[in-house]
Structure formats: C-alpha cells, structure tokens
Design a protein around this ligand. Structure first.
Ligand SMILES: [Zn+2]
Length: 158
C-alpha cells in the first residue's frame, strides 16, 4: 500500500478576509509573502500591507498580489512607500533585496525581504470589486510620496 498523501489548504487561507469600506487608508508594509504566479514564470510579490492610524480598522490587512509583469504598478507601490526603484541592466528593481533560505536557496517563496520597504508607511485608495460573485477589496490607487516626482502614476487600477 502506498502512503496516503495528505491534502488540505494553506494556513494563511484560513484567515477570514474582512471587507474594508471603500476609502483612503494609511498602510504599513510588513514585508512580502512572494510566490511564483500560478501561470507563467512571474512572481506575485504579495506585499503584507496592514492598516494603521485608523480608529476602528487598524491592523486589518489590505491584499494585493502585485505581479512582476505589471512594472508600472510596482513603481506606484514603491513610490507610495516613499522609495524609488533602481535600474539594474534591463530591469528596475525594488530597493533592498530578498535573502535566500539556506536550505532551499532556489525557492523564491522562502526568501526573506530585507530593505527600506520593511516597515515603510504610505497611503492607498481601496476599492471593492467582484471576484467569483464575491465582493473583495483591491487597491485602486497608490499615492506617491516622493517629493517632486514626475512620473504619471495610475489613478484607476482595476
Ligand atoms: Zn512617484
């Protein structure tokens, strides 16, 4: 008899997602839960954003996948936290870096972010859209915090 394979769901999928009312929120970045996207080779950065400075919703999470393929949103995200991206060859990269896990250095999901985005604070506009007939939050706009920034950031993300 073969050993049974045990299947379930990831622990982080057990957390009930609270629907935030549409509006502008101050958020703090507690790092990233980056993963390879299900399709293709790109990375979803899954930044861990948490509402702060709010009388009733402080501590609530704001979910966004932030896919590598949408570089302009990555710039919006970075500027929201008050940091510029850096050009390295053909790429623009996030400030700081991802430290590989010694036991499994190739696994992107096990890397730990270290850099100035950790703990950085900014403002986002949260919206509500429908996914599989359920209301869910998304980030409609990242407010740029870079003084004198000339980049035209997106104001109507979907
Ligand atoms: Zn900017």
């Amino acid at each position: 008899m073969a050993t049974p394979v045990r299947l379930g769901a990831p622990k982080d999928s057990m957390e009930a997602r609270k629907l935030l009312p549409i509006g502008k929120y101050t958020v703090q970045c507690d790092g990233f839960a980056q993963k390879k996207a299900k399709k293709g080779d790109s990375i979803n950065y899954n930044p861990k954003l948490r509402v702060i400075n709010h009388p009733t919703l402080a501590g609530e999470k704001v979910y966004t996948s932030l896919n590598q393929g949408a570089g302009f949103i990555l710039v919006d995200f970075c500027h929201m936290l008050g940091h510029k991206m850096e050009e390295v060859g053909d790429d623009i990269v996030l400030p700081g870096g991802f430290i590989p896990n010694g036991a499994d250095p190739q696994d992107v999901s096990k890397m730990t972010y270290q850099g100035p985005l950790q703990g950085a604070v900014g403002e986002v506009l949260v919206g509500i859209n429908q996914y599989e007939n359920k209301d869910q939050n998304f980030i409609k706009q990242y407010f740029c915090k870079i003084p004198g920034c000339q980049i035209k950031h997106s104001a109507e993300l979907k």
